[in-house]
Design a binder for this molecule. Sequence first.
Ligand code: SAM
Length: 298
Amino acid sequence: MPAEGVQLKPQDHILTFEEIERLTRVFVQLGVNKLRLTGGEPLVRKDVDQLIATLGSIEGLKTFAITTNGLLLPKKLRRLKESGINLINISLDTLKADKFEFITRRKGFDIVMNAIDLALELGYQPLKVNCVVMRNFNDNELADFVSLTRDKPVEIRFIEYMPFDGNGWNDNRFMSYQDMISMIEEKHPKLERLQDKPNDTSKTYHVPGYAGRVGFITSMSEQFCGSCNRLRITADGNLKVCLFGKAEISLRDAMRDGATDEELVSIIDAAVHRKKAAHAGMYNIAQSENRPMILIGG
Ligand SMILES: C[S@@+](CC[C@H](N)C(=O)[O-])C[C@H]1O[C@@H](n2cnc3c(N)ncnc32)[C@H](O)[C@@H]1O
């Protein structure tokens, strides 16, 4: 959340639980079998437990994931598991409590570390930990994150810092995946590449003998648009076929104007066919207009 906050949308601009459920069913009928709730912070939405229970019961969903800052997980995790959440990503950009407080503007480092342990205890494996890497900010912690995988079966996902509206991105702060690997290898020379699945967004590695793994999300230095099959729906109901593209189409308005499921499918189909072969590259993305990350969700 930016220091100055974000302008909140009127409640009626946001998809209702019924609309979210309807869209999920439409996408599942089209063959989507993985759903991720993100944000903002998904766990602060009022009555989110009820939404998760409803979505978790939709037949055909194989993976039901959530990306969270982890702060509410110790309280909510058992219930989330019962409701069908079977994959968790926790965001954690530092292993130092004071830096955590600086980045997030709140205390909570211990809570997040406890959340990681609780999730492992409850059988979440892999448990993904998202770390956005910024040069001269947390790059000196890369090797420590890898060391964390020695005993914990977590998957640390080092994410290249991406430009979004208002996030102050510049190429001095950017660190490519190749540079991350070189830095990690100074302390972990045995780092070894593993085989990825066809639509994976990360390049996975491990240190032989360690319990966990590390992945690199190389969206800027080595884009993988050709195999990206992600679609995003914003809280206000816009379908976004590319994280880095401004193009959006309102499924909320279509539903509120009385569209049938077949009509929704036609809109989705046309949008997906307009998906570009590749994004425009980090310098062009940095110049172009898009939503801030907080209004997309990652
Ligand atoms: C925007 S957060 C939203 C979900 C939730 N509130 C959380 O903290 O995980 C989703 C993911 O996007 C990542 N992210 C945010 N800004 C980013 C940026 N500029 N470049 C790359 N990843 C980013 C975060 O690290 C996080 O893992």
